[in-house]
Design a protein around this ligand. Structure first.
Ligand SMILES: *Cc1c(COP(=O)(O)O)cnc(C)c1O
Length: 433
């Protein structure tokens, strides 16, 4: 199987975290998001432990909660000793309502509104990751009104394209997030931040991308960032205490994706950072990382029920399921790869080539193309693997489809963490006109 938390039982049913998926489909209905809580905790511990061991005791992973945001996940993050990234007041509210401490939150985003800044400062947010000049001014003004000195990191773009493993002059510099090092704008911006009486610049942040399968892009980014730290020391006598290297190691969605040893990659990045700090004569910073997908993705499986199998003579076959881009828009958005199984017939030969279509009224609303399955029938349970990240958090009510529930699996037991939406939920915000 693709991951060690998946198996097949005597009835030929897919199990996740030791629980029969067919039983879960019957108990909760479909579509349903399953989340292996033990695996989420194990991943969190891998990061927490390896970062502390190799980067130093103050180093922490920040769970990038845009990957999966609901109250329960913030509780798990807190229990496992992670901080969290949030990108909106809605995520901030959700985390707070789960009891997550505001001081351990990092507020991201390229357009934090005045209302976001006010709300976050009122709640005692730990850190803003400052993205632009207007935001800096708004934070300075709001912090002054509250009589505080707000901690911030500055988001810069190091100009790394993680998929070519090279520092490039354009590409990632040309994006809506952060301030470019290469153009000199980041250095000038540091001067502006240092003039702010109510803002305390703790250090720098960069995020070079997602689905990175080894340490090399992080080392390349660290090279540029540590040189920048040294340059800022030379220019302003400013010593950065924190270096945030962003998200996130890659995840195995299909057999052809590699499996990565997160702890070993962290060790290699740490070695590299230590060497560069010595070379550039800067103190070893507190290193932060922002894993999202690699904490939750492979803990998730979505179950659907097959409705129809349609073969278009001379073309292809479509298997239609009772969910779709409303609960998983990633194939429609990015052509993302997924592994698909018929969960109730795992031992039958997979010899039927087909595309899996959702029920949304769009031709592009597919879940996956060209998969081979045992020929499905109406009523079969279809499992799409590795859906723990960017599925529930990107779900919509398109076509007025109710969002599925989230069921947590732990120690062989299942419990509901998010209930299924009802039709009443769909019209809850609507007024009679
Ligand atoms: C999306 C994002 C992450 C998380 O990326 P993953 O691929 O989910 O690990 C971390 N930091 C920032 C700034 C992001 O935008």
């Amino acid at each position: 199987m693709l991951h060690t938390n998946l198996s097949v039982n005597e009835q030929g049913h897919l199990t996740i975290a030791g629980v029969d998926s067919v039983y879960l489909a019957e108990k909760y209905g479909t579509p349903v998001y399953l989340l292996d809580e033990d695996r989420v905790r194990e991943r969190a511990r891998t990061y927490v432990t390896a970062m502390r061991q190799y980067f130093g005791e103050h180093s922490r992973p920040l769970f990038a909660s845009k990957a999966l945001s609901f109250r329960g996940i913030y509780k798990i993050a807190a229990e496992e000793g992670m901080c969290v990234d949030i990108v909106s007041s809605g995520e901030l509210y959700t985390a707070l309502s789960a009891g997550f401490p505001a001081k351990d939150m990092y507020f991201h985003g390229n357009n934090k509104t005045d209302a976001d800044i006010e709300y976050a400062i009122e709640c005692g947010i730990g850190t803003f990751i400052v993205d632009n000049f207007e935001e800096l001014q708004a934070i300075e003004a709001c912090a002054a009104r509250h009589g505080i000195r707000q901690e911030v990191l500055l988001r810069v773009t190091p100009g790394i394209d993680p998929h070519t493993y090279a520092a490039v002059n354009t590409g990632k510099v040309d994006c809506q997030f952060g301030i470019s090092i290469e153009t000199g704008q980041a250095a000038a911006f540091v001067g502006e931040i240092l003039k702010c009486a109510h803002v305390n610049l703790r250090g720098f942040h960069c995020h070079i991308g997602s689905q990175i399968f080894d340490q090399i892009p992080f080392c390349d980014a660290a090279d540029i960032m540590i040189r920048f730290i040294a340059d800022m020391k030379a220019a302003y006598g400013y010593e950065a205490e924190v270096l945030n290297l962003g998200g996130g190691f890659g995840v195995r969605y299909v057999e052809s994706d590699p499996e990565i040893d997160i702890a070993e990659n962290i060790r290699l990045v740490a070695e590299h950072v230590a060497a560069r700090c010595t070379e550039f004569g800067v103190p070893y910073p507190v290193i932060l990382m922002e894993p999202g997908r690699s904490i939750v993705a492979d803990a998730g499986v979505t179950l659907y029920t097959v409705g129809s199998v349609k073969t278009i003579e001379g073309y292809r076959s479509y298997v239609s399921i009772d969910g779709g881009m409303s609960d998983n828009p990633r194939y429609a958005l990015y052509g993302s790869e997924y592994t698909v199984h018929v969960a109730n017939r795992m031992n039958e030969p997979a010899d039927f080539l087909c595309s899996v279509a959702g029920r949304c009224c769009e031709t592009g609303a597919l879940i996956q193309e060209n998969v081979t399955l045992p020929r499905p029938q109406r009523g079969d349970i279809l499992a799409v693997l590795v859906t723990g990240a960017y599925n529930y958090s990107m779900a919509s009510n398109y076509n007025r489809i109710c969002r599925p529930p989230i069921v947590l699996l732990s120690g062989g037991k299942d419990r509901l963490a998010v209930r299924r939406e009802t039709f009443a939920d769909l019209t809850a915000c609507e007024l009679d006109i």
